[in-house]
Design a protein around this ligand. Structure first.
Ligand SMILES: [Zn+2]
Length: 156
């Protein structure tokens, strides 16, 4: 069976979802923080109320020229999450000491915390700007998680 590279979501009717979700979460695939991401979202009252897509690097994985094919997959998921589940928020959770950041941006990106933070802010703000252009009305939250699971908001 051959599937189209980009799913045709234009045929989906904009009906109220029978099983709505509050948010779509984008996070890195890194196994060290999967549990912490779930714990954080549960603490925010979102347990069982979010869709999730995990890509190496999170926002960096979407925005890097080195991983361009991933962007189409991500944007298709954003559209589907809105149409199927009516999500109103995109929660982006990048993290410190990210191997994808080292691979796709700078090998020493995690050596200095201020620079690391700036690299993630750049990628996440670029992603947020693209959300505003592609998906008007979708709120965006930008978070940077440390390896201990603590979270810093970067969107204001
Ligand atoms: Zn990572």
């Amino acid at each position: 069976m051959t599937l189209p590279v980009e799913p045709d979501t234009t045929a989906l009717a904009p009906l109220p979802s029978p099983h709505p979700a509050e948010a779509l979460v984008l996070n890195c695939m890194d196994h060290r923080l999967i549990g912490a991401v779930g714990d954080y979202l549960a603490a925010c009252g979102l347990a069982g109320r979010y869709d999730q897509i995990s890509l190496a690097g999170g926002a960096i994985g979407v925005m890097s020229d080195r991983t361009a094919p991933w962007a189409a997959t991500f944007w298709a998921h954003v559209r589907l999450a809105r149409e199927l589940h009516g999500v109103s928020r995109l929660i982006v959770i990048d993290h410190r000491d990210c191997g994808a950041c080292k691979a796709f941006v700078a090998g020493d990106c995690a050596d200095e915390r201020g620079r690391e933070r700036a690299i993630h802010i750049r990628a996440m703000e670029a992603l947020a700007e693209e959300v505003r252009a592609r998906e008007p009305g979708l709120a965006v939250e930008l978070l940077l998680m440390d390896l201990d699971g603590s979270v810093e908001r970067l969107d204001g």
